[in-house]
Design a protein around this ligand. Structure first.
Ligand SMILES: [Zn+2]
Ligand SMILES: [Zn+2]
Length: 227
């Protein structure tokens, strides 16, 4: 799976859905912006407390730096998706395993991207998303996660819980990175397939008391905000 393929298919899918007179909005609105993930924590990669994980962590920082190749430090670390495709990951996972794995979920992508952004000297926070998909997409993900013997708690009806990063780009402006898709989420807000229904920026900091500005929307920190 296949966020990337979904993105490619998106225009077609939408057209045929519209022709069929169906929308991709949630069948029933989620009760609160966080839905069943109201108190769900961000995924954290474990450390063996040994050189194996130190070396893996150092490798990823060095590799990100090499991929950046003197480019804009605000460019998204797209290499991560090439290095490890999006799919089921078993948790817990340690740094040495996470960096080696060929298939990882968005929690791993987000945890790795976070280290890279911070190592570049950026202020970055973990972000949690709820996105609208379709019953068909949810069913196929349930099947792949089932085959991988991995929990599909992140699927609820046609909505999914997903993880990424919030990167501060100005005084209080932020960009939202979806590492598993390999793109910055468009703040102009669409309501269709794959769109953002809610976001929570996990930032236990004293700064940004009034939240962070994403596009023209102010996002208070540490709260699920409906988009
Ligand atoms: Zn290790
Ligand atoms: Zn996800």
């Amino acid at each position: 799976m296949y966020l990337v393929e979904d993105k490619a298919k998106r225009a077609d899918v939408r057209t045929s859905e519209q022709l069929a007179g169906e929308g991709f909005m949630l069948a029933t609105p989620i009760a609160s912006p966080g839905g069943k993930w109201e108190h769900f924590p961000n995924s954290h990669i474990s450390h063996h407390g040994k050189a194996c994980c130190d070396i893996a962590h150092e490798w990823l920082i060095a590799y990100d730096f090499a991929q950046l190749n003197g480019g804009d430090i605000l460019s998204g670390p797209r290499w991560m998706r090439e290095h490890s495709a999006w799919g089921p990951s078993a948790w817990p996972i340690h740094w040495c395993e996470a960096v080696d794995a060929k298939i990882v979920d968005c929690g791993v992508h987000a945890a790795i991207a976070q280290e890279a952004f911070v190592a570049r000297g950026l202020r970055a926070f973990r972000a949690q998303f709820i996105q609208r998909y379709s019953a068909d997409a949810a069913a196929s993900w349930r099947e792949s996660w089932g085959k991988g013997d991995v929990s599909d708690h992140w699927i609820d009806g046609d909505a999914i819980y997903h993880e990424g990063n919030a990167v501060v780009v100005g005084d209080d402006h932020v960009k939202l990175w979806d590492g598993s898709a390999g793109w910055w989420i468009n703040p102009r807000g669409e309501a269709g397939y794959g769109s953002l229904a809610a976001v929570r920026i996990d930032a236990r900091v004293d700064s940004f008391a009034t939240g962070l500005l994403w596009g023209n929307r102010r996002i208070p920190l540490n709260l699920w905000v409906e988009i």
